[in-house]
Write a protein of this length. Structure first.
Length: 437
């Protein structure tokens, strides 16, 4: 079922992800390649698999891009991003476009408050004209506005609504001797920001009375709540990682038991007797950990690795591994490093078309250390030859090696697959290298 990327009702806007997310250990990861933003500079685009929207790297964590995050994202058509939600400061909130482009954008039609111009995307005004300066027939400047020449004498002269003798706006009588308001709509025009509530007009004093400000807090720690001056409350259901360790809080569907401390997460080593559940498995580890040598730093140890029991990770590198590290993953028949000198050879490794350097011929393509060589595609006898679909509707079917004899790993062989035509879907062949693991 498909949903729109955003919708609004009753002054509340909600934004949420659609589709299926690939969430590995509560991080946005690319399977087989580790954290998406490891070593990446801030604002580098990242694309978590299966998640719609625009994302950028921030503190090596893949987060959704948004206006106001301080990073200009051209994919979102942002022209600026000053990291705040202040309007009129040169970069507009929610849209991330300059407040102005040319001087004409700043002209408010009032001759008495000075000549406005656009500078660095923000409107700036020159000094306003002195009171008494003519601004039209029987009109003169008064407090920065053009008013009747008699305005300010504390006598209501036609066509004035009022005359309180001062130049204070908003007190019921404006600088031009008109009422501040005569209806609620007048107050809405003067203050179009819905975030501070709906103002009403006092029909006796002609003063706008403030409304009740909107409270934009849905009580959900997994949303970013803000208020748009036109749309009202905006509830942004962005996945975010407060401490930047690559794991989301348990309250947000992740498994980080303390999203305020970057050193506490499911991937952290448990430090015994420190009073902290470092790895989020429940409780403080009171027993020493077993550490195993990991010469190629791929997270796996060989079967013959001798455990080193310690509350803290051992200092220095393992003996005989000048560039190695340690792992707490216990090696066993299903998870051991058969080549601890090559990081590309380890449980879970992908397919390759070149043999492992120095390996015995019988297992020189055993990249995932399971003791056998597995081809990426099956033989014809183990697959279906049917192709389905056509043209724009897609073309799908099994991919397999043609022939009756299994081709040797790393050699060239005939690969059979389904090819889409304009209105057809039929089987085709090509020559390809045989990938194994």
């Amino acid at each position: 079922m498909a949903f729109p990327s955003s919708f609004r009702w009753a002054g509340v806007a909600l934004v949420f992800f659609t589709g299926c997310s690939v969430l590995v250990d509560a991080r946005f990861d690319d399977p087989g390649q580790g954290p998406l933003c490891a070593g990446a500079a801030d604002a580098t685009p990242c694309s978590p698999a299966g998640v719609s929207g625009e994302f950028i790297c921030v503190a090596e964590s893949c987060r959704s891009s948004a206006c106001g995050d301080g990073f200009v994202d051209e994919r979102r058509l942002e022209l600026c991003d000053d990291g705040n939600m202040v309007s009129g400061d040169g970069c507009e909130p929610f849209d991330c476009i300059p407040s102005c482009e040319v001087d004409a954008d700043c002209d408010n039609g009032q001759p008495c408050d000075g000549v406005e111009r656009c500078a660095s995307g923000a409107c700036v005004a020159s000094a306003r004209l002195d009171d008494g300066e003519p601004c039209g027939s029987e009109l003169a400047c008064r407090g920065g506005v053009c008013a009747n020449v008699l305005c300010g004498n504390m006598t209501v002269d036609a066509p004035e609504d009022c005359d309180d003798g001062d130049t204070i706006n908003g007190d019921g009588c404006e600088n031009d001797c008109t009422f501040t308001c005569t209806s609620d709509d007048d107050c809405a025009v003067m203050d179009a920001d819905v975030c501070d509530g709906r103002e009403t007009c006092n029909q006796v004093s002609h003063v706008c009375v403030a409304g009740q400000p909107l409270v934009c807090n849905d009580g959900n720690p997994c949303t970013v709540d803000s208020c748009h001056p036109v749309d009202g409350c905006v509830i942004d259901r962005r996945a975010f990682d407060v401490d930047g360790d690559g794991y989301f809080a348990t309250a947000c569907g992740g498994d980080d038991c303390d999203d305020q401390v970057a050193s506490t997460n499911p991937g952290a080593p448990e430090i015994c007797a420190d009073g902290v559940d470092n790895d989020c498995v429940g409780g403080d580890g009171t027993q020493p950990n077993n550490y195993y040598r990991d010469c190629d730093q791929d997270g796996f140890a060989p079967l013959d690795a001798v455990p080193f029991s310690s509350c803290m990770p051992p200092s220095g590198t393992p003996q005989g591994c000048p560039h190695g590290s340690w792992t707490t993953r216990t090696p066993n028949a299903l998870a051991n490093d058969c080549r601890d000198d090559l990081a590309i050879v380890a449980p879970g490794a992908g397919f390759a078309v070149a043999p492992v350097a120095g390996a015995a011929a019988a297992v020189d393509f055993d990249y995932n250390c399971d003791g056998v060589e597995e081809r990426e595609y099956p033989l014809a006898r183990d697959a279906s030859s049917d192709c389905s679909g056509a043209g724009v509707l897609g073309c799908t079917g099994d991919v397999y090696w043609a022939g009756t004899t299994a081709p040797a790993c790393g050699t060239s062989a005939t690969l059979s697959f389904c090819r889409s035509g304009l209105l057809s879907c039929s089987r085709a062949t090509s020559t390809a290298k045989v990938a194994c693991r």
